[in-house]
Design a protein around this ligand. Structure first.
Ligand SMILES: [Zn+2]
Length: 270
């Protein structure tokens, strides 16, 4: 018991230290987070098919999907649903991970969605996932899914030995498109949010898939479909419960995960 408590408080201290240090070390990312429209502009212009082709080979994608399907039966076949914190904790325990969830509020705190730390000899026996619960529950569950994506890629594909801490900053999606492990983690979020039958329906015209994933703009109609799906599946609406000063950040995420899902259909027919 004492040993467990000790480990708990060590983890607590480690997370607190990282949260404090992040404010100084990642000041640039925090500044960028204050201008979410820059990220949106980059995402809208971005060719997602090219990023997928370059950064996530089909075989690796299949390996990750296989692992996620084992953990979450129905993954990419039906909506996984919005998991509350206790479910996320159970999932983390099943994966033998340390899990910490707490609100990191304040003016700059919200910039951080969460992080994943690989195991480190002498410091951390098991990998750790932290999620910032100051965000909307759907964002919290998505962050968790993203971090599990990191965990799976590092366990199964052997990546990331050089990056001990993976930070997830809000509205920093354009950078994820250039980094294989970030892109893989986001692909898992995208598949969880838009299982294949729904993706095929929303992005209904096959001949357009590649075109739109590459396209300069996501049409109003497509965005309306995306909003409708998020509302129906998760009760999420960007105009409800989301403070006005955070709406652009959430919009950035909506555009990103939808374009990514589109590109997965176009490139890999998944
Ligand atoms: Zn990440």
């Amino acid at each position: 018991m004492a040993a467990t408590l000790n480990a708990e408080s060590r983890i607590e201290k480690l997370v607190t230290r990282i949260l404090v240090e992040t404010r100084d070390k990642e000041a640039q990312k925090i500044e960028a987070w204050k201008k979410p429209s820059d990220d949106i502009k980059r995402l809208v212009r971005h060719d997602y098919v090219r990023s997928l082709r370059r950064n996530l080979p089909y075989r690796e994608l299949r390996t990750l999907i296989g692992a996620f399907s084992e953990m979450l039966p129905g993954f990419n076949r039906e909506v996984v649903g919005m998991m509350p914190l206790d479910k996320l904790a159970e999932w983390a325990a099943a994966l033998d991970l340390h899990f910490k969830a707490s609100p990191n509020e304040g003016e700059d705190g919200l910039a951080l969605r969460g992080f994943y730390i690989t195991r480190r000899k002498g410091i951390l026996k098991r990998p750790l996932i932290y999620v910032n619960t100051a965000h909307h529950p759907l964002a919290v569950a998505s962050t968790f899914c993203h971090e599990v994506g990191h965990h799976m890629s590092s366990e199964l594909l052997g990546e990331d030995i050089d990056t001990p801490v993976h930070f997830f900053f809000d509205a920093d999606y354009a950078s994820h498109l250039e980094e294989p492990s970030e892109l893989a983690a986001d692909v898992m979020v995208s598949l969880a949010a838009y299982p294949e039958p729904i993706a095929r329906r929303i992005f209904a015209t096959p001949w357009k898939w590649g075109l739109v994933a590459r396209a300069k703009d996501m049409t109003e109609a497509a965005l309306a479909q995306v909003r409708g799906h998020l509302k129906k599946a998760y009760g999420f609406d960007i105009m409800e419960r989301i403070p006005a000063n955070q709406r652009l950040h959430y919009l950035s995420g909506m555009i990103h995960y939808a374009k990514l899902r589109w590109a997965l259909l176009a490139e890999y027919d998944i």
